[in-house]
Design a protein around this ligand. Structure first.
Ligand code: 0O2
Length: 225
């Protein structure tokens, strides 16, 4: 088949082979990022409502801060490469955490209470969950991840976009933020001694989180008297 100048072949969902111009590709990409923005707004609103309801029902506020972001195109491409996919816009749907929201709470037991609340959402569809609190990653990373499908209401139709919700304690967040910065400093491979120190620090974080939770429980017991 003859390929015209400025035309590119793209494969969508592994089946459809389309001839598409560079202009069309740019349009597709812009449309995708527009949808990511809608999904991020929807997710933020849903999470804020669930959190406010949580505070109202439980009479205490476990939330330290909430932060959301959309991955940059460069970061999506890097992740596609890391996962062995071709770096094309058509493959963006292989990355479920292009939209991410991080909920940082005070104590260990708050994580599971917040996860239960999110699972009760009538708007979000839970697709996957990863409990790196009970089963920390090899790096020492501790957090609870939910991959959810977020509905976006477009003119005449509803679409679903994947997003990742990360729930962790403030102590875990401190560790993960430093670890993330270190990963950027050593893009190829983190030196072993640094890796070991990070891992050892994560064990301290785990212990600290347990202690802080028990301390908080003891305070609550005293308050009852
Ligand atoms: P960024 O720049 O933070 O967005 P898998 O589902 O197992 O195939 P994936 O997609 O890496 O692999 O999922 P996972 O393990 O749930 O990780 C998703 C996100 O969690 C990462 O996104 C990080 O934000 C965070 N994360 C996972 N492992 C670590 C870790 O060891 N240290 C830190 N600091 N964060 C971690 P990105 O796209 O890798 O990075």
């Amino acid at each position: 088949m003859k390929i015209k100048k400025n035309l590119t072949f793209i494969q969508i969902s592994g089946i459809l082979l389309t001839q598409i111009s560079k202009g069309e590709l740019m349009k597709n990409e812009k449309e995708l990022f527009l949808k990511y923005n809608f999904a991020k707004d929807m997710l933020e609103t849903e999470i804020n409502i669930l959190m406010e309801e949580f505070v109202f029902k439980n009479g205490y506020n476990p939330f330290e801060h909430i932060k959301s972001r959309i991955k940059t195109k460069e970061s999506i491409m890097n992740k596609l490469e890391k996962k062995g996919y071709e770096k094309t816009v058509a493959n963006f749907d292989k990355i479920p955490d292009i939209i991410g929201i991080r909920i940082v709470v005070s104590f260990l037991n708050d994580i599971y209470a917040v996860v239960d609340t999110i699972k009760q959402s009538k708007n979000l569809i839970i697709k996957r969950q990863k409990d790196y609190v009970d089963n920390p990653k090899e790096s020492g990373y501790i957090s609870y991840h939910l991959i959810v499908a977020v509905p976006i209401y477009l003119a005449g139709k509803t679409e679903y976009i994947d997003a990742e919700i990360q729930i962790r304690t403030i102590a875990m967040d401190f560790w993960a933020t430093l670890d993330h910065k270190i990963q950027y400093k050593f893009p190829n491979e983190i030196p072993n001694d640094i890796k070991e120190q990070l891992y050892e620090s994560s064990l301290i974080i785990r212990e600290l989180d347990k202690r802080m939770m028990h301390l908080n429980e003891a305070v609550n017991e005293h308050m009852k008297d």
